[in-house]
Design a protein around this ligand. Sequence first.
Ligand code: PLP
Length: 413
Amino acid sequence: MRRAYLDYNATTPLAPEVFEAMKPHWLGDYGNASSVHWYGQRAKAAVEQAREQVARLIGAQPAQLVFTGGGTESDNAAIFGVLGAVKSAAKHLVTTAIEHHAVLFTARALEQRGVSVTYVRVGSSGVVDPTDVARALRPDTVLISVMHANNELGTIQPLEEIGRIAREHKVYFHTDAVQTVGKIAVDVDGLGVDLLSLSAHKLYGPKGVGALYIRPGTPFHPLLYGGHHERDRRAGTENVPGIVGLGKAAELAGEHLEGDALRVAALRNRFEESLLSSVPLASLNGDVQQRVPGTTNISFEGIEGEGFVIALDLRGVACSTGAACSSGSIEPSHVLAAIGKRKEQARSSIRFSFGRYSTEEDVDCALAVLPGVARRLRAMSPNWKGAVSHQRSAISYQPSAVSELYAKEETGK
Ligand code: PLP
């Protein structure tokens, strides 16, 4: 069976060049980057080279980067780090309702420790309005945390404007850029951020390694205490092969950025257009323009998303209902709820995401399978009958409408 991997937002395949760059650090070059001897110095040099490579990709200075255990740790370290370091009686955090759980649950944990949090709402486009962020600010606001691109919808947030607002109000500004670094241009000064999280496995690097950018002068308490690693900002022996992999992935991302973005957007657009015209009552979620190149999120009325993902997997198509870590959860996506989708609509949504190694054949393979699977699931689903009766009232239903819908699907018209 031919398989098509359409889940690049969950994780990306390792670039072969990254694998090659990491290889020596599993075998001969196994030194501890803190050791003074030859082995240690080789490891240290490799870590520092990676720091330069990552810094270059995001317009930072190498010393401003802290290597972490991934995007989740970077988010936790940024938010706990700033809130923990600021000495004031009352502390307020502003974030949004569509953040990844790595930010949302960190905010909730802070609420339990007495920090007040405002979760700014977003409209149906899945894009935050900067004036809503400005309105949420209070005299005790310490930090704004707004993601760069949403992992489920791909929508890009107006960080430059939010950065200006943060500066005007002398509030620190963090962004979770896990879904943009390596996909679109990211520049810490251009965006006006004080802290930025990124993760290697979203840009063709290894899992379990990431980085946090910290602008000089930003108050920061480390999450982990121990040795003096990472200039006292993150204790723990550096994951040298992982960091080397992240560095190489960052270097490649810089070289591939524009070419990848254009090609991936073209694949995504062809897939999206064909799908929306070949499956009835399928609709796009989130803003069409303001989004990263490889992501599309589509609701299929009358189909239960988890069942759809499983049925597609059985036919060789890998996709997801949103965040990979929330798969299997009963609650529909908080992101789709935040953009105003009803529970059934949110439950019927699928995220397809493309990347550097996606091909026209992957798109064709998925398009060959999707309409038939959707048709069969709807035929079996009581929800689908509900969707048809909903159609009925909306378009003064004719008895032949259902068979017409299917006929349209069969002929592709
Ligand atoms: N933030 C966003 C927007 C993500 O998409 C993810 C991963 O899905 C994370 C954070 C967590 O990153 P990691 O898997 O490296 O912990």
